[in-house]
Write a protein that binds this ligand. Structure first.
Ligand code: DX5
Ligand code: ZN
Length: 223
């Protein structure tokens, strides 16, 4: 069973409490900071650009989980400041040359994930298993926090786990992203997911005074 990890969705945090939030994350050993990089074209939202990423790296050593919701990422990888301790999710739907993007990501030494939107069939993974370390299964149409899960994505996550098992690639990690409540995390853990994006649906649903408590509950449910 792959180790269960929490990837805290930083678009759900606020700048006022940022330092305190990061101190709590370090105390609670949060494994990743989930950074939703949004270009306003691939998704109808703008968010968390390269300056934010650079600034965050000055505040903490927690590895980054860079969720690139950007069109044609292959030409923009060098803008981002990718480190080998990062996870980087490229969206299948964001480029006409997905295998090339994953190839061009290799020199950065980071973990390479393929992100797939709710309506993207699981079989698209078949031709890229040699080029990925993980799959980011979007449980919502990406771009906004606080959305409700697309019901069909729960069964879809199980299909991803089955496809990986059938290909003898259960080493490939499964991240789930979007409306991951503690209850959804519990169910998805049973299905085979091991990286849980924690946002407004879980750890950030209250103010910073409840953050530690919410992290421990989420950890319990996704263990
Ligand atoms: C959705 C984002 C998620 C989201 C998670 O596009 O990728 O990271 O912020 O937060 P909640 O739990 O609010 O869906
Ligand atoms: Zn995300």
């Amino acid at each position: 069973m792959k180790k269960s990890k929490i990837s805290a969705s930083m678009m759900c945090s606020n700048l006022v409490d940022l330092k305190e939030t990061l101190e709590i994350f370090e105390k609670e050993q949060i494994e990743y900071l989930h950074i939703d990089v949004m270009d306003g074209t691939f998704v109808p939202n703008l968010g968390l650009g390269v300056d934010y990423i650079r600034g965050l790296r000055e505040l903490t050593n927690i590895p980054l989980d860079l969720h690139l919701m950007i069109k044609d990422p292959e030409y923009k990888l060098s803008w981002i400041g990718i480190k080998e301790t990062d996870m980087v999710s490229i969206h299948y739907e964001s480029s006409f040359q997905v295998q090339r993007v994953l190839d061009w990501l290799k020199p950065y030494g980071c973990k390479r994930f393929l992100a797939i939107n709710p309506a993207t069939p699981v079989y698209v993974l078949e031709e890229v298993l040699d080029y990925i370390d993980g799959v980011n299964v979007l449980m919502v149409n990406p771009g906004f926090a606080g959305q409700k899960i697309v019901p069909s994505t729960i069964k879809k996550a199980a299909k991803v786990a089955r496809l990986l098992a059938d290909a003898n690639r259960s080493d490939i990690e499964i991240e789930v992203d979007g409306n991951i409540t503690p209850e959804h995390a519990f169910k998805l853990r049973q299905i085979g997911a091991n990286i849980f994006v924690a946002g407004l649906s879980s750890i950030f649903k209250d103010d910073v005074r409840m953050l530690s408590k919410n992290i421990n509950l989420f950890r319990e449910m996704s263990r």
